[in-house]
Design a protein around this ligand. Structure first.
Ligand code: NAD
Ligand code: MG
Length: 402
């Protein structure tokens, strides 16, 4: 690809995005060097990665897990094991690293994402919650430090690919107005319950919610896809990343998950990005940008695609989408609270203490009780996120599973 080796840190290396990233970089041994990997508690997953890829550093956010990893790697030379959230953030800012893949799930990824942006890294952003909680701050920091953030979320990566690329522009693309763009459209598969009778939503089990029809992903994002909160978070992510308003970002249901995004221009043109539903494509795009890399994903055979459907989302079936748009209108503290309440509700659903059909109600209740303000410092946003988690946890305790 080029003659300089990119030294990579993968934050959240044991997860679904982390695994896909490892797959892509091992296809290009001359272009990338894996310097750092981080994870939360998955000691076995981290041991496998260290033995297969020999990174210089492995960080476990959970200290007990770091101790366990160090014991298991006693016979392996050259891998430094570190522990704790602060080490994860420090690893993201380390001068020995050029490119940081921000693939931790949830607001837990915000501090390390910001550390990478503050240090002016090339940041491959999968962790959409970082932009939902503090997107304006993250983007403003990138403009100040010259960090280049490239979107890995497939829809945002698709939009990015349909925009005129500008290696000299702060965020890698021409501004929307400057480029003549009128509207961005994100596609959504509709998840596993697109056609299920809503009267049965109370009985939905965790394994059913995590069985996504077209993508293989971590559990949190799978549940978000089933409620369609994922698309709500992505509308917020798009507004923050591409610096536009909610009414410029449309959502369409596209069950085949082959068209990931469309961009409409002033002159009546609509550009679309297509590809198999495999995250190695957007990851390879972002790793190689402004060049292109082999990702291991086969081309679509367009003569065999069959029918492609595009339908409007059903707001009654999926109320989370509207909750996210309302929070976006209300401002930065509301989106931080939306994220906190959603993470608490999804954790409770996965843990068996909240019904699927009550996830949106917990979030709605929390947003109704918050003190909404527009601008906010990082501390305010983090406080707001925490307040929302606590409030949501109170709701969940009151409502129980019955
Ligand atoms: P995952 O659950 O498979 O992996 C999450 C990773 O984060 C793991 O390595 C885990 O150890 C680490 N982690 C979890 N909690 C942590 C904590 N408190 N501190 C430090 N590390 C922690 O998740 P995923 O599906 O790979 O998703 C990662 C991010 O990418 C999410 O924000 C998700 O929305 C986004 N994303 C994922 C996909 C996908 O296809 N999986 C697509 C688009 C965007
Ligand atoms: Mg997505």
């Amino acid at each position: 690809m080029s003659n300089t080796i990119q030294r990579i840190a993968i934050l959240g290396a044991t997860g679904s995005i982390g695994t896909s990233t490892l797959d892509v970089i091992t296809r290009h041994p001359g272009d990338f060097e894996l310097h750092t990997v981080t994870a939360h508690r998955d000691v076995a997953g981290m041991e496998r990665i260290c033995r297969a890829h020999h990174p210089a550093r492995a960080v476990m956010a959970d200290p007990d897990s770091a101790a366990a990893l160090a014991r298991r790697l006693q016979d392996l030379d050259g891998v430094e094991v570190a522990s704790g959230d602060q080490c994860v953030a420090a690893a993201a800012a380390d001068p020995a690293v050029d490119t940081v893949v921000a693939a931790i799930v949830g607001a837990a990824g915000l501090a390390s994402c910001l550390a990478a942006v503050e240090a002016g890294k090339k940041v491959l952003l999968a962790n959409k919650e970082a932009l939902v909680v503090a997107g304006e701050l993250v983007m403003a920091t990138a403009s100040r430090t010259g960090a280049r953030i490239l979107p890995v979320d497939s829809e945002h990566n698709g939009v990015f690919q349909c925009l005129p690329g500008r290696a000299d522009a702060p965020h890698g693309h021409a501004g929307l107005a400057e480029a003549g763009v009128t509207r961005l459209i994100l596609t959504a598969s509709g998840g596993p319950f697109r056609e299920r009778d809503p009267a049965t939503f109370a009985q939905i089990r965790v394994d059913e919610a995590c069985a996504h029809p077209t993508w293989r992903m971590g559990r949190k994002i799978s549940v978000d896809s089933a409620t369609m909160m994922n698309k709500g978070l992505e509308v917020i992510e798009a507004c923050r990343f591409f610096q536009c308003q909610s009414d410029q970002v449309g959502v369409v249901i596209h069950p085949q998950s082959l068209v990931h995004a469309l961009v409409q221009y002033r002159d009546g043109s609509t550009l679309a990005q297509l590809g198999a539903p495999d995250m190695r494509t957007p990851i390879a795009h972002a790793l190689g940008w402004p060049g292109r890399l082999d990702s291991g994903v086969a081309h679509l055979d367009i003569t065999r695609l069959g029918q492609l459907d595009f339908l409007p989302p059903d707001g009654r079936r999926f109320p989370c989408l509207e909750l996210a748009r309302d929070a976006l209108e209300a401002g930065a503290t509301a989106t931080a609270a939306l994220n906190g309440a959603n993470e608490a509700a999804v954790e409770a659903f996965i843990g068996g203490s909240l019904r699927f059909d009550r996830i949106h109600a917990v979030i709605e209740q929390t947003l109704e009780h918050m003190d909404r303000r527009g601008d906010a410092s990082l501390d305010d946003l983090v406080d707001c996120e925490q307040w929302a988690r606590t409030h949501a946890a109170d709701c969940i305790r009151q409502w129980g599973v019955a």
